[in-house]
Write a protein that binds this ligand. Structure first.
Ligand SMILES: [Mg+2]
Length: 191
């Protein structure tokens, strides 16, 4: 049996695994809410398929006055704990703390935080970015991976938009639920 390269699921956090509040900042435990199916189906993927998980998230201004660290970590830790209860563990949790206007290369859709995955023994073509935004799909393109656009009750982006953004070859599925993510990955054999 030949050694196979590791396949990854790069997973967005806000709006994908946990609910994104109107102010887009999860800075208290009270604001933490797992999205429907996230823990259950990530757990099933973890148990049944060979993917490794990497969380990639933009947290604008984390560590500054507008978003102090001590307000961030309790909810972040609790989320990881709830996922771990389902057997979901992340190889890495990568957090970009810049503001959009800084145009940092580490900020999604930039791959600045993901250099080791571009170089290392990974099957990026067989890997996916799962997220709720266009920038997640652009990240998939920049990695040479494919994107799973998870809409979770929001309006699904139409094919014209996907085409206009040059993401036709990147966006593999646009799906409304975590169950669909699971089913699609299962169908392709989770290979
Ligand atoms: Mg998001």
């Amino acid at each position: 049996m030949s050694a196979s390269k590791r396949k990854l699921l790069f997973i967005d956090r806000d709006g994908t695994v946990i609910a994104e509040p109107p102010d887009r900042q999860i800075d208290s435990l009270e604001k933490l809410q797992l999205l429907p199916g996230a823990a259950e189906f990530l757990g099933r993927i973890a148990r049944e398929m060979p993917y490794h998980f990497v969380m990639v998230t933009n947290q604008d201004g984390l560590g500054t006055e507008s978003f102090p660290e001590e307000n961030f970590w309790p909810a972040q830790s609790r989320m990881l704990e709830l996922l771990a209860q389902q057997g979901v563990r992340f190889d890495e949790v990568l957090i970009d703390r810049s503001f959009p206007e800084e145009n940092a290369p580490t900020r999604k859709p930039g791959t600045g935080m993901l250099a080791e995955y571009l170089r290392g023994p990974y099957d990026l073509a067989g890997s996916y970015v799962i997220g709720d935004r266009l920038t997640d799909m652009q990240l998939a393109k920049n990695l040479g991976s494919r994107g799973i656009w998870l809409t979770l009750g929001h309006e699904a982006p139409d094919s014209i938009r996907v085409e206009a953004e040059g993401l036709c070859g990147t966006v593999e599925w646009i799906v409304p639920s975590w169950e669909d993510v699971y089913v699609h990955l299962k169908e392709i054999g989770g290979k």
